[in-house]
Each structure stands twice: as C-alpha cells, then as structure tokens.
Design a protein around this ligand. Structure first.
Ligand code: GTP
Ligand code: MG
Length: 194
C-alpha cells in the first residue's frame, strides 16, 4: 500500500485534496474555520494498487502551542517508516511567503525530524485562482521560496544527504474542473516515483 501524509497550514486544502483524489466527500472540509482536528487514515483500493492518504490537522491555526500539540499527535499516530512520501501542501494563489508558513516548516522539521524532507512532495492547491498567464512564474517563484527555506533549515540540522528539492511537484485545484488543458490523472502519479 502506498502511503502519503498530507501536511500544511490550515485551509490550504489537505482534506479537499483527499476528496478530489478519491472523488467522494470523505474528509470533512470547511470554508470558515480550521476543520480537521484529528489524524485520519483514508485508504482506497484503486486499480493501480492500494493508496492511503493521511489527513492531519492544519498548522498555523492558532498559537505555536497548538501547532506543537497537533505535531505531537501526528507523530504519535503515524509510523513514518512506512510512509512513502510527506506531501507538503501550499496555496498557489498566495504569493507572499508569510512568516506563519516559515514557522510551519520550521516546526515540521523540529517535531517530525529533518529526514522527512528527503521524501517530500510539494503540491500547490488553488491553481485555478491564479491567472493562466501568471501560473508559470508564480509557480517558479513559490517553489524557489519554499525549497530555499527548506534547504536552509535542513542544512542547519545537518541533513545528510542534503535536501535536493521536492521529489515531485504538482499543481492542482481541488474544486475547479478543467482549469487547464494539460491535466494528468492523479492516481498514476501517486503510484509512480517509488
Ligand atoms: N478554489 C479552491 N478552493 C479550495 C481548494 N482546496 C480547498 N478549497 C477550499 O478551501 C477551504 C478549506 O479546505 P479544506 O480542505 O478544509 O482545508 P484543510 O487544509 O483540510 O484545512 P484544515 O483541516 O483546517 O487544516 C474549503 O472551503 C475548500 O472548498 C482549491 O484547490 N481551490
Ligand atoms: Mg482538513
């Protein structure tokens, strides 16, 4: 079974991504308030093989103590040795790399262990909210900001081998359909890159 842990700030669309991959409303989502409070494993038998997506509470919802509490819960509920990849989720339509996102990356590293970044994917949500002509440049800039920050944190922690960037990078939109003419089905992607 392929296993992925979804992490990121509150409201970036972790639970919505699960619903969009599985094509059913199985993970609760909310427009107005921080929503997921527990770690939940969602398993699915796909023709390509079994997939487990693990939903986690969003970070940077409240203060740092709340984040620490959530991260303790994430760490104690998930066996990271059996996880294929950590999926770090961020919104494409937020162009500023804000302090709370930096804090989130710092805390993930501190609490889950620096090694998580050597099997990490990056998924940008809300892609349809960015003008098509801006998408490429916005993606390049955001990816660079996040990867540069992860690189600097992980080098402080002495990660060996050093962080080489995210293994897989995807743009998705969990709500809008047909927002791009170049879309690929997600299931085969989740089964690749072993
Ligand atoms: N337009 C658009 N809306 C999205 C997308 N992903 C999520 N949303 C909306 O954003 C809101 C928050 O989504 P959630 O999936 O609950 O976010 P979450 O990351 O699970 O949030 P927490 O559980 O609080 O950590 C919901 O109203 C979703 O419908 C996306 O790709 N595009
Ligand atoms: Mg959620």
């Amino acid at each position: 079974m392929r296993k992925f842990v979804l992490v990121g700030r509150t409201g970036v669309g972790k639970s919505s991504f699960i619903n969009s991959v599985f094509g059913q409303y199985i993970a609760e989502t909310s427009k107005y308030e921080a929503c997921t409070k527990i770690v939940q494993h969602h398993a699915y038998n796909s023709p390509l093989g079994d997939i487990c997506l693990i939903d986690t509470p969003g970070l940077a919802e409240d203060d740092i103590d709340c984040d620490r509490k959530y991260l303790d819960l994430i760490k104690s509920s998930i066996n990271f040795d059996t996880v294929d990849a950590l999926i770090y989720i961020s919104r494409l339509d937020e162009t500023r790399f804000r302090p709370d996102e930096k804090r989130t990356i710092r805390l993930l590293t501190e609490k889950l262990g620096v090694f998580i970044w050597n099997k990490a994917w990056l998924i940008f949500t809300f892609s349809a909210s960015v003008y098509p002509e801006k998408r490429q440049i916005v993606t390049i800039n955001k990816k660079k900001q996040i990867e540069d920050f992860v690189r600097s944190i992980t080098s402080d922690y002495g990660l060996n081998p050093p962080f080489q960037g995210f293994q897989v990078r995807l743009r998705v939109d969990n709500i809008s359909k047909n927002w791009t003419s170049k879309s690929l089905p997600i299931m085969p992607i989740l089964h690749q890159h072993k």
